[in-house]
Ligand binder design. Structure first.
Ligand SMILES: Cc1cc2nc3c(=O)[nH]c(=O)nc-3n(C[C@H](O)[C@H](O)[C@H](O)COP(=O)(O)OP(=O)(O)OC[C@H]3O[C@@H](n4cnc5c(N)ncnc54)[C@H](O)[C@@H]3O)c2cc1C
Length: 381
């Protein structure tokens, strides 16, 4: 356990766990089995006031920073990783508006998001390759006091759900300026020309739909640009870096869930009359898992502290995301293995966790992209 979780963070964790134990865990299985967005359960979560955990109290947040959001994400993922996905994908647009938006934009969009009146999605990834964010093609062109957006995004999580109220979209405003020609826009649901595609079933984040977004001559007021024209890439890189801390936290929560399922199953399981945990072939990997989870907790906390202190945190964030998401894959695999054949049946909660862990190695920058960031940093620093 970490010594420095303060009183506010302790009560935050307690509050989320009361929700996960009292409401989420008892009800979530049918949504996971049906790959269905749990609208009423998420509405209940919104009503508890945790969506603004990280953000400024002036905009109805709780002011607990990235450390607070990481605590929320980990606790939700320990109950159901897909539920944590809804929370963390909503955080990315909130972070962009909170860090770079005008006061007016924050009052109009951040404050109601903090109050949980609706949720947000973000649209960065495009069909021709998400790993290179600088290659975005969606176009934004000035027309009087409006911007007109045209293009398409893929995999936008939370979009199209009954709770979806707004998206942030990255688009090219100045094609001749390359990576410095990108800007971020707030696009409200219901804007003419803004359309959401159909959700397909996925093997991870099963309850959180990730869909296409279409922008066809979509006109939005000029003041809905987030921050300055041309700042889009800088904004994405920072927003994604913070998002990666939350993905790492989700991976830790998922790992705790897999670990607990493995330990509880293995303690009771006898083969040929002998408890399977008499075999160190099974308990040594669990000891390794426990050690890795402890390291993960420290890495997440460190990256979140750096982000909250306004210090450079990009390398630490990538290391935390890489380590934690790879760890989640290893521990989910181990937990399934300890269940033997039963681990392949959907009646057993462990069965879906390998898919849930895999998503975390892809979203907000794949493991390869994290290695690229770390490697570039070690060569240039
Ligand atoms: C469930 C889910 C939810 C998502 N939610 C959102 C969302 O809400 N909003 C959003 O904008 N996006 C979202 N994404 C998109 C996600 O961030 C991208 O999938 C991810 O960034 C990878 O992009 P890609 O899928 O286009 O893969 P590609 O970029 O096509 O990469 C394919 C493979 O090539 C590797 N690769 C690419 N370039 C390099 C390189 N230079 N060096 C080494 N290897 C390389 C990658 O690591 C990967 O293994 C989501 C994705 C998933 C799966």
């Amino acid at each position: 356990m970490l010594a420095d979780i303060n009183e506010d963070e302790g009560s935050l964790k307690g509050g989320i766990e009361a929700f996960t134990e009292g409401s989420l865990r008892p009800a979530i299985k049918k949504f996971v089995d049906g790959h269905e967005f749990p609208a009423d359960l998420f509405r209940e979560f919104l009503s508890l006031g945790y969506m603004g955990t990280a953000y400024d109290p002036d905009y109805d947040g709780a002011g607990l920073g990235v450390r607070g959001s990481a605590i929320v994400t980990e606790a939700l993922a320990a109950a159901e990783p897909g539920f944590a996905a809804i929370y963390l994908c909503n955080s990315a647009p909130m972070t962009a508006i909170a860090r770079y938006g005008s006061d007016e934009l924050k009052r109009r969009w951040l404050a109601p998001l903090c109050r949980g009146e609706f949720i947000a999605s973000f649209g960065v990834t495009e069909p021709h390759g998400g790993s290179d964010v600088a290659s975005i093609r969606t176009r934004a062109v000035e027309d009087g006091d409006h911007w007109v957006l045209n293009g398409a995004k893929v995999f936008s999580t939370n979009a199209g759900t009954p709770l979806h109220g707004v998206s942030t979209i990255i688009a090219v405003t100045d094609p001749d300026k390359g990576a410095k020609g990108l800007s971020t826009f707030v696009v409200p649901v219901g804007t003419p020309g803004f359309r959401v595609g159909k959700a397909s079933r996925k093997t991870g984040w099963r309850i959180a739909p990730s869909v296409e977004l279409f922008l066809d001559d979509c006109r939005i007021p000029k003041e809905f640009m987030v921050g300055q024209r041309g700042e889009g890439l800088k904004q994405i890189l920072t927003t994604l870096s913070i998002g990666r801390i939350l993905v790492a936290a989700a991976a830790l929560g998922l790992s705790r869930k897999a670990f607990t399922l493995a330990r509880d199953y293995g303690r009771d399981r006898k083969v040929g009359g002998r408890p399977i945990f008499e075999n160190q072939a099974l308990t040594f990997p669990l000891a390794d898992a426990m050690t890795s989870m402890h390291a993960a907790e420290l890495m997440i906390r460190n990256a979140a502290c750096l982000a909250d202190a306004g210090r450079d945190f990009r390398r630490e964030t990538s290391m935390a995301k890489l380590f934690c998401s790879e760890m989640a894959g290893t521990i989910a695999d181990l937990a399934t293995q300890i269940h033997g054949g039963y681990g392949m049946f959907e009646d057993y909660e462990v069965s879906g966790l390998m898919g849930e862990a895999k998503v975390l190695q892809i979203v907000e920058g794949t493991s390869e992209v994290q290695r690229l960031i770390i490697a570039r940093d070690l060569v240039t620093s």
